[in-house]
Design a protein around this ligand. Structure first.
Ligand code: SF4
Length: 411
């Protein structure tokens, strides 16, 4: 998982550091487990293999198509990066849990999926309903059920435990491989109760489906609804004809046009641009060129001059300036109703915007298929156009642009 955005720090908010996103971290752990090779003192050294068992989180509880699809796109990248198990975010919509296990199995990912059982008291539910616990979803309808339960003589304790046991039961019934049981101040006897009762509920878990139907209003589901069971059919929702979740600025078409004209290897002005850039690289013009490029990209894209540009992959949205957590491979779990976790109701999540832009051209699945590595800080404050046209940055390498070694250090 991505982790939380810092909320405080010494004399002010601490600097958010998100150098590696979860996909990068899983790749690193996989390489550590295989014995990571590093360069040290001019030699290649293989580290002793580690034995981490790293898993990943995913949220099936997203209201909008774009938000949900980028969760599943990122899940694919996480599995390919070596996640050894999957655990969903907290939520109480059974159809969504069913969607996730069906989606994982349909993709042929043979790794354990762990159900998330949280013993939910009213206070925590209210915070989740108010979106004060990023990513955890409680609807108005569920909150009003809990409000009534808390007036019972035991303040709703038995109802909470039975709800948790039924969740255990439906996770087992659906084919989840285990559960994580959580809550505040939970006693061992309560965990034992949930497991024992849950085993009983698992036998007829379908009888309890109606107790966990708390859909988000106008929420998107990956599959069509099975009206008989209240769960999902095997038919994916037709996403093609659904409207975009956010507007696409006219400028995006212009950016695509310029990109096709200059940045597509073997096409348009690519060859000419490469020759110009080659003559500038390492010359007295390089500094001015770097400033010129930065100026254009600040005006157009709010560029932070990382030098290892990911604009091409993210529909001309800069993850370094537009995403507070600098995510390069998909959204974090905290977006809510399309809004960024850090700026709710103010800024749309960068991945919701990228998905809408790409979907307009039928290309949204590139967000799933293209892996974006961490920004290489060797390139920090250098001209990304030079790095690209001379095959040095990640995009140049991915597209097979012939490599030209630097004439001098560009640090
Ligand atoms: S822009 Fe999206 S991915 Fe980035 S922090 Fe906000 S919600 Fe998370």
């Amino acid at each position: 998982m991505t982790g939380d955005y810092p909320v405080s720090g010494f004399t002010g908010r601490a600097k958010p550091v998100f150098d590696l996103d979860p996909v990068h971290t899983l790749k690193l752990i996989t390489e550590l487990n295989n014995g990571l090779e590093i360069e040290a003192m001019g030699k290649t050294q293989k580290l002793q293999p580690t034995d981490f068992f790293a898993g990943c989180a995913v949220s099936p509880f997203k209201r909008d198509e774009a938000e949900q699809m980028v969760q599943y796109f990122k899940l694919k990248k996480k599995v390919e990066a070596g996640a050894k198990f999957i655990i969903p975010q907290l939520g109480y919509d059974i159809r969504k849990f069913h969607e996730l296990i069906q989606f994982v199995r349909e993709n042929g990912w043979d790794i354990p999926v762990i159900g998330n059982v949280y013993i939910l008291p009213y206070g925590a539910a209210k915070l989740m309903y108010e979106n004060k616990v990023p990513g955890c979803v409680v609807t108005k309808e569920l909150l009003s059920v809990l409000e009534k339960e808390k007036d019972a003589p035991d303040k709703g304790k038995q109802a909470r435990l039975d709800r948790a046991a039924k969740m255990y039961g439906f996770f087992k019934g659906m084919g989840y491989d285990g559960v994580h049981i959580g809550g505040h101040g939970v006693k061992l006897e309560e965990v034992e109760y949930i497991i024992d009762k849950g085993e009983e509920f698992a036998k007829n878990w379908m009888d309890y489906v109606h107790e966990f139907q708390f859909p988000m209003p106008n929420g998107f589901y990956y599959y069509e609804k099975d009206e008989k069971t209240g769960l999902n059919t095997k038919t994916p929702t037709n996403r093609k004809n659904r409207p975009l979740d956010t507007t696409v600025p006219a400028m995006y078409s212009f950016n695509r046009f310029m990109h096709e004209l200059m940045f597509e290897p073997g096409k348009g002005l690519f060859g000419m641009m490469r020759s110009i850039v080659k003559s500038i690289d390492g010359s007295s013009m390089e500094h001015a060129f770097t400033r010129f490029e930065h100026l254009i990209k600040v005006v157009l894209f709010d560029c932070e001059n990382c030098g290892d540009c990911a604009l091409f992959e993210l529909a001309f949205l800069c993850p370094m300036s537009q995403c507070p957590k600098k995510q390069r491979n998909g959204a974090c779990g905290g977006s809510f109703e399309g809004w960024c976790e850090v700026y709710p109701n103010k800024k749309k999540c960068i991945y919701v915007r990228a998905y809408a832009r790409l979907k307009k051209y039928g290309e949204e699945e590139t967000l799933r298929d293209i892996y974006v590595p961490p920004a290489n800080w060797d390139f920090y404050h250098t001209a990304s156009w030079i790095n690209f046209f001379l095959g040095r940055d990640h995009v140049g390498r991915r597209l097979g642009v012939p490599y030209v070694p630097p004439k001098k250090s560009s640090k």
